[in-house]
Design a protein around this ligand. Structure first.
Ligand code: SF4
Length: 358
């Protein structure tokens, strides 16, 4: 590799690959072939590119590398949830989760190593922020989880949905998240229906508008959790920078621009945001646009001082919203026996690796 710094070939656009090859006296059509190997055929080394002449493969090898996300740890829950710790080229760990949904699975992928936003209920928030994932590293998680879902269901269609709801705030890594969504949804990539991809975010007004302007082909879900700034500030300190009024305006823009309904995610915390008065406020917030509400059972994280609401409270909350003619789903907490709260497995695997190194 001549001692020079080597970049991941999957960071390049099709045009970049083509112009690199042309500059090195290769045929321009090789660019399309190489791009296909990277995203559609999901190769993991240059040697797999069997229809590319050896000299061209050597040229690529000496100028680029693959930064692949590789499974480092797998934990299986009694309820069918599977949690994977992926190790990245620099030794960082991120999590991906496969969650049973009916006869198929939903895959949850990470977009950052750690997270800078420090939501008080979140295990990832406690890890701090290390770095953004590349589009390739996000894509690898989706590819791996799709394969696992197919194996577990004995069907190539074992994966029903992909949600960007793992470690990190996707909107803070927008360009790479966007590229990974495009590669997951494109016929030149994984070929999954864009209807089945959801980006879940705390809501950064500027980025919500950007997503609408870009006509990004996926669903959007806002992790709301509270409808009054004072309460949300306590759960999501990032709200101090982007209060709910600003988020609401951005959501209106998103709806006007895309015409798409989005999802509101709301974790119920015992005695914090789970009263009927809270449900009434949530209904008022949602009047501004057509939405679907997912009420999430909290996956408790030690040391947060926060607890999941009881099933009766959760049901009463849902009933209240339904009486207001809202579309409501209850999402039970999954993988309780394998520490399935986002960030717990990554924290554990990172400490195991650190112990082995010492
Ligand atoms: Fe970051 Fe999401 Fe955790 Fe908040 S909930 S700290 S945005 S990973």
């Amino acid at each position: 590799m001549n001692g020079k710094s080597v970049s991941d070939i999957r960071d390049l656009s099709p045009e970049d690959i083509k112009s690199f090859l042309i500059t090195h006296d290769e045929k321009s059509f090789r660019g399309k072939q190489v791009f296909e190997w990277l995203w559609k055929k999901q190769c993991t080394s240059f040697d797999e590119m069997t229809d590319i002449p050896k000299a061209c493969r050597e040229l690529l090898k000496s100028n680029f590398t693959f930064h692949q996300a590789i499974q480092a740890k797998i934990r299986k829950s009694r309820d069918g949830t599977v949690k994977i710790g992926f190790i990245l080229h620099d030794g960082s760990i991120v999590e991906g989760v496969l969650i049973p949904s009916g006869l198929r699975f939903t895959a949850c992928v990470s977009s950052q190593v750690g997270c800078p936003l420090g939501c008080v209920f979140c295990a990832t928030g406690k890890l701090g922020f290390m770095r953004n994932l590349s589009a390739g590293e996000i894509f690898d998680q989706a590819v791996y989880l799709k394969k696992l879902a197919s194996e577990r269901t004995n069907s190539p269609a074992g994966l029903s949905n992909i949600v960007y709801m793992g470690m990190g705030e996707p909107m803070l890594n927008y360009e790479n998240v966007k590229k990974s969504v495009e590669m997951i949804a494109s016929a030149d990539g994984m070929g999954m229906s864009s209807q089945r991809i959801t980006i879940s975010s705390l809501g950064i007004p500027k980025m919500i508008r950007q997503m609408a302007d870009d006509e990004l082909k996926c669903h959007f879900a806002l992790s709301l959790h509270a409808t009054a700034n004072e309460k949300r500030n306590r759960l999501v300190p990032f709200n101090l920078r982007h209060p709910l009024e600003d988020i609401k305006e951005a959501l209106k823009y998103y709806y006007i621009k895309t015409g798409k309904r989005f999802t509101i995610e709301y974790i119920l915390f015992k005695d914090i945001n789970d009263s009927i008065a809270d449900a009434r406020e949530l209904a008022a917030f949602c009047k501004n646009f057509p939405v679907k509400v997912n009420l999430l059972e909290y996956n408790e994280v030690e040391g947060t001082g926060l607890f999941r609401s009881g099933p009766e409270k959760l049901q009463a909350f849902a009933d209240f919203l339904e009486k207001k003619n809202m579309v409501v789903n209850i999402r039970k907490s999954r993988g309780k026996d394998i520490d399935a709260a986002c960030g717990q497995l990554a924290g554990m695997v990172s400490s195991e690796i650190a112990k082995k190194r010492n």
